[in-house]
Design a binder for this molecule. Structure first.
Ligand code: SAH
Length: 388
C-alpha cells in the first residue's frame, strides 16, 4: 500500500493558499512511517500532492509535489530532477566564488536538504527524516553531477533533534581535508568544513559583501565578523579596519585570512555590545560600519529581547558613524521580518538623533532562493544605510 496521510480541512485550506508545510494538528490520519514519502489526501479522499512525512517534528508534512494527479510518491527521479535543476540554476548565475549554496531546502523544493559547494568538496545537511533516508540517492546524484573529490555530511545542526535524528559529522564520499581553500569576491579563505559555523562560511552574505564594498571607505568597523568576510572584502578599500568577534577561533581565522590576502585588519576578540559602547565613550568615529550579528530571535518568544538587541547595536553604530558614512546592518532572524527590522532601524535613528537614508535593501544571495509561501525561506535582511 502507498504511504498516505489524510489532512484536515484547515490543512487543506493552507495548502490551497500556497503553504508548503502541514503541522501535526492538521493531520487527520496516518498510514505511513516517519521518513516516508507519502500521498497527501484531503478529508474527502482526494489527492492533493506528495510530501515528506515526519513522525516527530511539529511540521508533519513538507510538500514535495502538488496536484490532484495521483503519482508514486517514491519517485527517485523527481529528487534527481530537483537536484539537477538546483545545480543548473547556480551555474546560470555566474557566481564570482568557488563556494556557494547548491541546494537551499524549500527554496529548491527539496525541503530539509542543504548542499553547499566549497571548491571541489560538497557539504550536505539532511535535516528531516525523509531527506536523511534519501541520503544515498542524494549522494549518488551529487557525485554524478558534480564529480566532487569529497562529500561531508555536516549533520550536527540542533534542528535534527526535533526530527529524532542524531547529530553527527561523517565523510560520505572521497576525502575531505581539514582545511579547504575557496575564493569569494577575489578574497581567499581557508575553511574548516567540519568545525566552522554553518557549513564553514556564511555563504548567504557573498553578494551583500560585494554590494557593501562599493560604498566602503575610510575607517571600517566590522562587528560580529566571524572569519572576516566583510572586513576583508570591504577592507581592501579602507584606510583602517577593525574587526570584532566574541570567538577566539573566528579571530584566529580572520588574522590568517587577512595575512593571506594582504589586507591589514586589526582583529579583536570582544563582545560587540561592550566594544561599541567603549568606542562611543572614547569619542571614536568610523566611516563604514558592518553589523552582522547572529540570529538574536531564534524563536517567537525571543522577539522582544531580540528587538532591543538590534536596536541597541544600530543606535550605537549610527552615533559612531561620521556624516556621509555607510552602515551595513543585517538580521538573519526569520522571526524579525523586513518590516519589523526597518522599524527597529528607524527607532534607532530617532534615538540616535541622526537622519539616515536607505541606499539598498538586500537579502540573502541568489543561491539561497526564497520560496513565496514559505516565509521561513526569507530570513536574511541586509540594509545599506547612509548617515546624512
Ligand atoms: N559577518 C560574518 C558572519 C557573522 S555570524 C560573515 O560575513 O561571515 C555571527 C558572529 O557573531 C559569529 O561569528 C559569533 O561568534 C559572533 N558573536 C556572537 N555574539 C557576539 C557578541 N556579543 N559580540 C561579538 N561577536 C559575537
Amino acid at each position: 500500500m502507498i504511504p498516505t496521510v489524510v489532512i484536515s480541512t484547515r490543512g487543506e485550506q493552507r495548502i490551497r493558499n500556497g503553504h508548503q508545510w502541514i503541522y501535526r494538528a492538521d493531520v487527520a490520519s496516518v498510514h505511513a512511517r516517519g521518513g516516508d514519502r507519502v500521498l497527501v489526501r484531503d478529508p474527502r479522499g482526494r489527492t492533493i500532492g506528495t510530501a515528506f512525512y515526519s513522525d516527530r517534528s511539529q511540521i508533519a508534512l513538507r510538500i514535495l509535489s502538488d496536484g490532484a494527479v495521483e503519482r508514486d510518491p517514491n519517485d527517485d527521479e523527481l529528487i534527481r530532477d530537483r537536484i539537477d535543476a538546483a545545480i543548473a540554476f547556480r551555474e546560470s548565475l555566474a557566481i564570482d566564488a568557488s563556494a556557494y549554496r547548491l541546494v537551499h531546502g524549500e527554496g529548491d523544493r527539496l525541503p530539509g536538504l542543504v548542499v553547499d559547494r566549497y571548491g571541489e568538496y560538497l557539504v550536505v545537511q539532511t535535516l528531516t527524516q525523509a531527506t536523511d533516508r534519501l541520503l544515498p540517492i542524494i549522494l549518488a546524484a551529487l557525485e554524478a553531477r558534480m564529480r566532487p573529490r569529497g562529500i561531508l555530511a555536516r549533520n550536527d545542526p540542533r534542528a535534527r533533534l526535533l526530527e529524532g535524528l542524531e547529530r553527527r559529522i561523517d565523510v560520505m564520499f572521497g576525502d575531505v581535508p581539514e582545511s579547504v581553500t575557496v575564493v569569494e569576491n577575489g578574497i581567499e579563505y581557508d575553511v574548516d568544513l567540519r568545525h566552522g559555523q554553518k557549513t564553514g562560511l556564511f555563504l548567504d552574505q557573498r553578494e551583500n559583501r560585494a554590494a557593501a564594498a562599493q560604498y566602503a571607505r575610510g575607517r571600517l568597523l566590522d562587528c560580529f565578523c566571524y572569519n572576516g568576510g566583510f572586513a576583508l572584502t570591504l577592507g581592501r578599500r579602507c584606510q583602517e579596519t577593525i574587526a570584532i568577534d566574541i570567538s577566539d577561533d573566528a579571530i584566529a581565522r580572520v588574522r590568517e585570512n587577512a595575512e593571506g590576502n594582504g589586507v591589514a585588519v586589526d582583529a579583536r576578540v570582544g563582545n560587540a555590545f561592550d566594544e561599541l559602547r567603549a568606542f562611543e565613550r572614547n569619542g571614536e568615529r568610523f566611516d563604514t560600519i558592518v553589523l552582522d550579528p547572529p540570529a538574536f530571535a531564534k524563536s517567537k518568544a525571543a522577539v522582544p529581547k531580540a528587538m532591543a538587541g538590534y536596536k541597541e547595536i544600530n543606535l550605537r553604530a549610527m552615533k559612531l558613524l561620521s556624516p556621509g558614512g555607510t552602515l551595513v546592518t543585517c538580521s538573519c532572524s526569520y522571526h524579525v521580518n523586513e518590516a519589523a527590522f526597518g522599524e527597529i532601524i528607524f527607532d534607532a535613528s530617532v534615538d540616535a538623533q541622526v537622519h539616515v537614508t536607505v541606499i539598498e535593501k538586500r537579502m540573502q544571495g541568489r543561491d539561497h532562493p526564497v520560496l513565496l509561501g514559505v516565509p521561513e525561506t526569507y530570513y536574511l535582511k541586509c540594509f545599506l544605510l547612509r548617515r546624512l
